[in-house]
Design a protein around this ligand. Structure first.
Ligand code: UGA
Length: 433
């Protein structure tokens, strides 16, 4: 099929590349010319394992291309995917839909024969209705169907998530559009996953409901971790004991710092806002957002306690600063709150992140290091903030040249017993050690 992705950001690029790998012809459109030029040289502007290889393969076979010419891309395609950002509007909870509506208005100008307009961007329930209004004349002439098809890709695992989806959700009441989308997704949905057709509003809401539920699961286990610390129980046992109940499930029950990223914080806020617009008080989601904000402060205070509240001129090392491993995305990472706060209190911070993330903080007391050893060398406290694989087997005694250094493992990577045996002062999350 001939597909066009509007927006070569995370969603548009990953989906476009994966669709081309399934044998479709894909054109990705973006207003950012430098991005388009880089992509034409198969340089991927985001950190996503495996993406560049698949892009190169399909670019060579001429199944995928990039352009800033929207007219050309829309004219040549049968299905147009809107994959632009929906960030939070400044000082509000609501999703900023200006890029979505502006894309729809642009696309409208170039439709002369039947096309399916698919919203992949995460948009609040009823946005599809507004997009359809933009296309109302074309809709009357049966030249377009406006469909919702949210994505469920995790950064760092996006290729796997695309190829092996738990489900594909398509929201439309058009049989014609549904039939076409079903055959588009047929190569991947036959692998035990499910193709779910629902209403357009239903599809829009499934996306928010899923992200908010996962955020709730994480906040729930994080709060229980606090209780575990007070009761001398290991949170890992709680996660396993709960998770083996198939109704609950083991995934997303890992306690850690506050959840972050480009999706959970933004989408929980937007869902609260949607609730308000539709006169529905989503008290659980509101509490989750609050709990997550509190968590950042709570863990930062714990850092101060671990250092005995004597922090002036102490050196703290952050291993990992991104919101999770296998990404270079810093959006709403807990470190963005913690590091500046601690520095204001008088500590010096060194950090290393395998994504190569540097120059984030622009402060003389925050220094990027090239590797784990140089970041830890003279550290008083090493904080494992992100669970990158290369942080899992560190010989702390060998690399840290400071007496009485401490380790605060915010991802519970290490075994407390082993750390005790090695005489390392070790602190973790939800485990009294
Ligand atoms: C999330 C969803 O998982 C995807 O399904 C969805 O498509 C995506 O948002 C989106 O809306 O586009 P992502 O933000 O890439 O994906 O990251 P996750 O792997 O979900 O992690 C989010 C945060 O939760 C991270 O800060 C992570 O460290 C934290 N987390 C996750 C935990 O603290 N504990 C867990 O057990 C799992």
């Amino acid at each position: 099929m001939k597909l066009c992705m509007i927006g070569a950001g995370y969603v548009g690029l990953v989906s476009g590349v994966c669709f081309s790998d399934l044998g479709n012809n894909v054109i990705c459109v973006d207003k950012d010319k430098s991005k388009i030029n880089a992509l034409k040289k198969c340089i991927v502007p985001i950190y996503e394992p495996g993406l560049e290889e698949i892009l190169k393969r399909n670019f060579k076979q001429k199944r995928i291309n990039f352009t800033d010419n929207l007219k050309d891309a829309v004219t040549k395609s049968d299905i147009i995917f809107i994959c632009v950002g929906t960030p939070t509007k400044k000082n509000t909870n609501s999703a900023d839909l200006r890029y979505v509506f502006s894309a729809a208005n642009e696309i409208k100008k170039f439709i002369k024969k039947y096309k399916i307009i698919v919203t992949k961007s995460t948009v609040p329930v009823s946005t599809g209705d507004k997009i359809e209004k933009i296309f109302s004349i074309l809709k009357k002439k049966k030249l377009v169907d406006v469909v919702s098809n949210p994505e469920f890709l995790r950064e760092g695992e996006a290729i796997r998530d695309f190829i092996n989806p738990d489900r594909v959700v398509v929201g439309t009441n058009s049989e014609r559009a549904n039939k076409i989308l079903k055959s588009l997704y047929q190569p991947i949905v036959k692998k035990n996953s499910r193709y779910i057709k629902t209403s357009r509003r239903g599809a829009e809401l499934i996306k928010y409901a899923s992200n908010a539920f996962l955020a709730t699961k994480i906040s729930y286990i994080n709060e229980l971790a606090n209780l575990c610390e007070q009761t001398d129980v290991d949170i890992k046992d709680i996660s396993t004991g709960m998770g083996l109940d198939e109704r609950i499930g083991e995934r997303f029950l890992r306690a850690g710092p506050a959840y972050g990223g480009s999706c959970f914080p933004k989408d929980t806020r937007a869902l609260i806002d949607t609730g308000k617009n539709f006169k529905t008080d989503l008290t659980i989601v509101k509490t989750v957002v609050k709990s997550n904000e509190n968590r950042k402060k709570m863990l930062t205070k714990r850092v101060l306690t671990i250092l005995g509240n004597k922090i002036k001129n102490k050196q703290i090392t952050f291993l990992g600063v991104t919101f999770k491993p296998n990404t270079d995305d810093m959006r709403e990472a807990c470190s963005l709150y913690m590091i500046p706060y601690l520095v204001r209190k008088g500590v010096k911070v060194k950090y290393f992140d395998p994504s190569g993330k540097k120059n984030i903080f622009n402060n003389n007391n925050i220094e990027y290091c090239k590797n784990i050893s140089s970041a830890c060398l003279k550290s008083d406290l090493i904080i494992i903030h992100t669970e990158w694989n290369e942080f899992k087997f560190i010989d702390f005694k060998k690399i840290v040249k400071k007496n009485n250094f401490k380790v605060y493992d915010m991802r519970n990577i290490y075994d407390p017993k082993r750390m005790k045996l090695n005489k390392i002062k070790y602190f973790a999350v939800g485990r009294k050690v």
